[in-house]
Design a protein around this ligand. Structure first.
Ligand code: PEP
Ligand code: MN
Length: 473
C-alpha cells in the first residue's frame, strides 16, 4: 500500500486538499524550527534515521492507547514524569534506574490513594528537544545561541552551533535508554516483592510523617499479602509497564521515524485479505505531545500530528482560546477515539480557577465529551525567577494548582485522569519548599537542571502522597 492511499487511515478528513504524509508539515508555517547551516549533513542524518529500525513497536503504542482509553473513562490514572531537558549524559544506569524506581513508588502511592490502576509514562528516552522563548542568551557575558536541547546543540557555550549529527546520536541514546528500561524491568527492578526504601527520614512535620508511614505500612503489607496468596502472579504484578514520551518538537527527527505499519489490532485474520489497515506510527516513542508554543491549528506541528496513530498530548494554557481547543480536537482526532488525546493543562496556581472551567465545558459539552484524558501539569505555569535570575518553582504553588484542578474537575463532574511532572530521582535542589523546606539559599547546593527546575525524589513522592490523600478524604 502506498503512503498516499494509506494517508487517511487515521481518520483525517479525506479531501485532496488535506492529504497527509509524514512530510506534509513541510509546506506549513512553523515555529521553533532550526535553520541548519549544513544542509548536506542534515540530509545524511535524515536518511540514516530512515534506515534505522523503529525504537518502539505499534503493538506497544496501541496498548498504551487502550490504557489511555481507560483513563479517559475514569477507570485508571496516568502518571507521566521525567526531566524537562533529558541530556545524552543521562543515558546511564543509575540515572535510569532511579527514575524508574521513583515512578514506580509514586504509582504505588497513587494506586493506594485513588484505588485505580496507574498507567506510567516517562519523559524519558527521547526528551531531547527544547522550545526556547529567545534564540540567543548571554553566557558569562557572551551572547550565544540558546541551548535547544542535546538533539540540536550542546549546552557548553562553545557548542551552540546546530549540529545535524546530533539527530542520529539522539536515536542511539533513546534506543539505549529504552533498551535498559526494558532490561531492568524484565529483570525485576520493579519487582514488587522486594522491600522498597521509602526514606521518609526527611519529613519534619510529625503529623505528615505519621500519615506517610501509615501508607507505607499498608502498601508493604498489601504487597506481602498478595505475594503470599499468589495474586501477584495471576495479575502479572511481578513487573510493571513503563511507556516513553517526549515533546514532538523537532520534526526533522520525527518524520524519518514515522513508519507505515500494520495495525496490530486489526491485522487480517485470513490470508486472502489484502486490505488490512496500515497506519502511520511515530516509532520514536509511545506518546508524543505538542508544546504550548507550537499548537497553532494551521501550522506544521498540528499538520504532522494529525497523521500519526500514536496517542498524543496537547499542552493547554492561558493562551489557549476554548474555540482553538475544539478545532484542535476536530483536526487531531476526527473519529473521536477515546484516549487518543490527552489535554495537559498548565495555567499556574493564580490562573487555573478562572480558565480551567471554561476549557472543561467547551470539551465536555461538545461531541468530544468523555473522550479526552484531562491531565494536570502543575509545573509550567508556576516557574519564577528568584535572586540571581535562578529559575525555580514553589512546591506550594505546584500543589496548589493541582489541588484546585482536582476540585474544579469534581465540581464540573469531569475526571482528572493524571498528572504530568518534571522530576528526577536525584537529590537536586531546584524547587523551593516541600517537607525539607528548601529555601532560596539551598538552591545552589545541587542545581543541575539544564532547563526547568525539577521536583527531587522526596518532593515528587510527597506530591504523590498529597494526591493520594485527596482521594482518600
Ligand atoms: C515542557 O513540557 O518542558 C514545556 C516546555 O512545556 P510547555 O510547552 O507547556 O511550556
Ligand atoms: Mn519544562
Amino acid at each position: 500500500m502506498s503512503g498516499e492511499t494509506a494517508s487517511h487511515m487515521n481518520g483525517s478528513a479525506a479531501s485532496p486538499a488535506t492529504k497527509w504524509s509524514p512530510d506534509s508539515w513541510r509546506s506549513k508555517p512553523i515555529k521553533q524550527c532550526p535553520d541548519y547551516p549544513d544542509k548536506a549533513a542534515l540530509a545524511k542524518s535524515i536518511s540514516e534515521l530512515k534506515r534505522l529500525p523503529p525504537i518502539v513497536h505499534p503493538r506497544e503504542i496501541v496498548k498504551l492507547k487502550q490504557h489511555l482509553r481507560d483513563v479517559a473513562r475514569g477507570e485508571a490514572f496516568l502518571l507521566q514524569g521525567g526531566d524537562c531537558a533529558e541530556l545524552f549524559d543521562y543515558c546511564e544506569q543509575n540515572a535510569i534506574e532511579s527514575k524508574i524506581k521513583l515512578l514506580l513508588q509514586m504509582s504505588l502511592v497513587l494506586i493506594w490513594g485513588a484505588d485505580k490502576r496507574v498507567v506510567r509514562i516517562g519523559r524519558m528516552a527521547g526528551q531531547y528537544a527544547k522550545p526556547r522563548s529567545s534564540p540567543m542568551e548571554t553566557v558569562n557575558g557572551r551572547l550565544v545561541p540558546s541551548f535547544r536541547g542535546d538533539i540540536l546543540n550542546g549546552f557548553h557555550a562553545d557548542e551552540r552551533e546546530l549540529d545535524p549529527g546530533r539527530l542520529v546520536r539522539a536515536y542511539h541514546h533513546s534506543s539505549a535508554t529504552l533498551n535498559y528500561i526494558r532490561a531492568a524491568i524484565s529483570s525485576g527492578i520493579a519487582d514488587l516483592h522486594r522491600p522498597l526504601d521509602w526514606g521518609l527520614g526527611h519529613v519534619r512535620d510529625p503529623a505528615l510523617k505519621e500519615k506517610y508511614s501509615e501508607a507505607v505500612k499498608f502498601l508493604t503489607e498489601m504487597l506481602r499479602f498478595m505475594h503470599t496468596i499468589g495474586a501477584d502472579k495471576n495479575e502479572k504484578l511481578d513487573t510493571v509497564d513503563l511507556f516513553t514520551s517526549h515533546e514532538g518538537l523537532l520534526l526533522e527527527y520525527e518524520e524519518p521515524l514515522t513508519r507505515l505499519l500494520d495495525n496490530p489490532v486489526h491485522a487480517p485474520t485470513s490470508s486472502s485479505s489484502t486490505t488490512y489497515p496500515k497506519e502511520y506510527y511515530n516509532t520514536s516513542a509511545h506518546f508524543l505531545w505538542i508544546g504550548d508554543r507550537t499548537r497553532q491549528i494551521d501550522h506544521a506541528h498540528v499538520e504532522y500530528f494529525r497523521g500519526i496513530a500514536n496517542p498524543i498530548g496537547i499542552k493547554v494554557g492561558p493562551t489557549t482560546p476554548a474555540d482553538d481547543l475544539l478545532a484542535l480536537l476536530r483536526t487531531l482526532n476526527p473519529s473521536r477515539e477515546p484516549g487518543k488525546i490527552t489535554l495537559i493543562t498548565r495555567y499556574g496556581a493564580g490562573k487555573v480557577a478562572s480558565l480551567l472551567p471554561g476549557h472543561i465545558r467547551a470539551v465536555e459539552d461538545s461531541e468530544y465529551a468523555r473522550t479526552v484524558v484531562w491531565q494536570c501539569d502543575p509545573m509550567h505555569g508556576n516557574t519564577q525567577s528568584v535572586s540571581g535570575g535562578i529559575k525555580t518553582r514553589r512546591f506550594s504553588d505546584i500543589f496548589n494548582e493541582l489541588q484546585q484542578t482536582l476540585r474544579i474537575h469534581k465540581d464540573q463532574r469531569s475526571y482528572l485522569g493524571g498528572v504530568h511532572l518534571e522530576l528526577t530521582g536525584d537529590a537536586v535542589t531546584e524547587c523551593l519548599g516541600g517537607s525539607e523546606n528548601l529555601d532560596e539559599d539551598d538552591l545552589s547546593t545541587n542545581y543541575t537542571s539544564f532547563c526547568d527546575p525539577r521536583l527531587n525524589e522526596k518532593q515528587a513522592l510527597e506530591l504523590a502522597f498529597l494526591i493520594a490523600d485527596h482521594y482518600r478524604c
